[in-house]
Design a protein around this ligand. Structure first.
Ligand code: URA
Length: 210
């Protein structure tokens, strides 16, 4: 299996991430940067998609040319911040199937509770890429992957913008078979469960809420 954690250290990814972290970056700029960076991360997370060949005619001659093999992949957004990564990825992979997982935290048990779940059929035959910008405690990511596995997914990757060591460890313990691709492994979580140095609340920053 590929590495459990891949940090994409490409200079464009790192530069865009720095711009996103800055507190003076506007909602419009943040959204645009997220769109751009999601496409660069999508490039990395789809690196091992199966490829076959098809015979095509170029203006010069026929050739056996590489084409993607197998079922269309499934992108699954963990609501609501996952949608920011989803938009850019769909520009790069327009034929991808799309699913959504909605979870909220029960204030008494502190456990994630599902309020929405809609995913493409035949998950067992697809590469499933779950997307959420922030891998913080890992609680919602682990719960979302639990649900995807219950729905039949066997080949799941997790894509995020930032990861905290605590979240990576939690995912590794619960789902060692799910590789994580991220733009940065940050220092730690603070006492409120925010990633530091981080970029704040990803949902608020991309949607302009507070
Ligand atoms: N979710 C966010 O949006 N930001 C964090 O730092 C942690 C979780």
């Amino acid at each position: 299996m590929k590495n459990h954690l891949t940090v994409v250290d490409h200079p464009l990814v790192q530069h865009k991430l720095t711009l996103m972290r800055k507190k003076q970056t506007s909602t419009a700029e943040f959204r645009q940067l997220l769109r751009e960076i999601s496409q660069l991360l999508a490039y990395e997370v789809t690196r091992e998609l199966p490829v076959t060949t098809a015979t095509i005619e170029t203006p010069m001659q026929s050739m056996d040319a590489p084409v993607l093999d197998g079922r269309k992949l499934a992108l699954v957004s963990i609501l609501r911040a996952g949608n920011g990564l989803l938009d850019g990825m769909l520009e790069l992979i327009p034929s991808a199937r799309v699913g959504f997982v909605g979870l909220y935290r029960d204030e008494e048990t502190l456990k994630p509770v599902q309020y929405y779940f809609k995913v493409p059929t035949e998950l067992d035959k697809r590469l499933v890429i779950a997307v959420d910008p922030m891998l913080a405690t890992g609680n919602s990511s682990v719960a979302a992957i639990d649900l995807l596995k219950e729905a039949g997914a066997t080949n799941i990757h997790f894509l995020c913008l930032l990861a905290a060591p605590e979240g990576v460890a939690r995912m590794k313990e619960a789902h060692p078979d799910v590789p994580i691709v991220t733009a940065s492994l940050d220092e730690r979580l603070n006492e409120l469960g925010y990633i530091v140095p981080g970029l704040g609340d990803a949902g608020d920053r991309m949607f302009g809420t507070k």
